[in-house]
Design a binder for this molecule. Structure first.
Ligand SMILES: [Zn+2]
Length: 74
């Protein structure tokens, strides 16, 4: 397993901090090109990760969006 630095603008393999699943993260691509860009924007924020934020896998991000949409009553 070698860490090639040739794919600078391609999504890299990340691990979800929530479920530990591996997924492709394009948060650091230039220009920004990630599957999360097609997800609904989080209320009061964006889907694009802020500096220092950890990206989530598609399932966990969708779950978080659903929870924020329905409110924190639960
Ligand atoms: Zn996850």
């Amino acid at each position: 397993m070698t860490d090639s630095a040739t794919a600078r603008s391609a999504p890299h393999r990340a691990r979800c901090p929530r479920c530990g699943r591996g997924f492709d993260c394009g948060a650091r691509t230039q220009p920004f090109d990630c599957w999360c860009a097609s997800m609904p924007a989080l209320p009061g924020g964006g889907t694009q990760p802020a500096a220092g934020a950890r990206c989530r896998c598609p399932e966990c991000l969708a779950d978080e969006i659903a929870q924020r949409m329905t409110g924190a009553a639960g």
